[in-house]
Design a protein around this ligand. Structure first.
Ligand code: 13P
Length: 251
């Protein structure tokens, strides 16, 4: 049985003060009995203070990005060791905004997936098709290409550090979520691909989560699908009440 994962990606929102104020409301509000993993991904500048505040708490810290080199002349970049020093246990890699706004390629993303996994972080590896690709009937082809290239350096024994996030680009920040049926169809496709690449036990154990316009009003229906093992939430995670409602909808 795969444990559900609910992750909040705050993107470039919330200052340090904003993050700490959020946690003052959020941490007491989430029930400790809920059988769910929770990740929060603040901006780089807030990682250290948020990590301090989460020490010993069931909510874990996640970074939104990393660079794959250990150290060196890479102005503006952050290594795995730097993230771990801030108490990060997870990292998002290959988010559509990194791919489409910052031009990250499948090759670069593959280096980042490897660096995260070999460095001991949980990697939330994001994939998803654009609206034009879906309309052209290319969803499966795009997903397979992203999986093939992004995971080309990953071996079976590394897969327990991997979560796959299906985030259709057309659903991110648009208010139009994939229907539970659309998401489930792609999740099944991803799991089948995982089975052919890594074998059925790995495919069956890997969490595949959905992201794209998740709100308190649609989260329960999405999570009711057997293939949807959790949610990667953007804008609805920015408010502690709404993110808490999404977590509590699980029960
Ligand atoms: P929204 O929930 O704002 O659509 O963002 C989804 C996302 O990109 C999470 O990583």
């Amino acid at each position: 049985m795969r444990k559900k994962l609910i992750a909040g990606n705050w993107k470039m929102h919330h200052t340090v003060a904003g993050c700490l104020g959020y946690l003052d409301k959020f941490l007491p509000a989430i029930s400790s009995s809920t059988d769910v993993d929770i990740l929060l991904a603040p901006s780089y500048t807030a990682l250290y203070p948020v990590g301090q505040k989460l020490a010993g708490h069931r909510v874990k810290l996640c970074a939104q990005n990393l660079y794959f080199k250990d150290s060196g002349a890479f102005t503006g970049e952050i290594s795995v060791a730097m993230l771990k020093e801030c108490a990060c246990e997870a990292v998002i890699v290959g988010h559509s905004e990194r791919r489409h706004v910052f031009g990250e390629t499948d090759e670069l993303i593959q280096e980042k997936v490897n660096a995260g996994v070999t460095g001991g972080l949980q990697v939330i590896f994001c994939i998803g098709e654009t609206g034009a690709e879906r309309e052209a009937g290319q969803t499966s082809e795009v997903i397979h290409r992203q999986l093939e290239q992004g995971l080309s350096g990953i071996s079976n024994d590394m897969c327990d550090q991997l979560t796959i996030a299906y985030e259709p680009v057309w659903a991110i920040g648009t208010g139009v979520n994939a229907t539970p049926e659309q998401a489930e169809e792609v999740h099944s496709d991803i799991r089948q691909w995982m089975g052919s690449r890594f074998g059925e036990p790995v495919a069956g154990a890997t969490r595949i989560i959905y992201g794209g316009s998740v709100k308190p009003g649609n989260s329960a229906e999405l999570l009711s699908k057997v293939e949807i093992d959790g949610l990667l939430v953007g804008s609805a995670s920015l408010d502690p009440d709404s993110f808490c409602a999404i977590i509590q909808n699980l029960q």
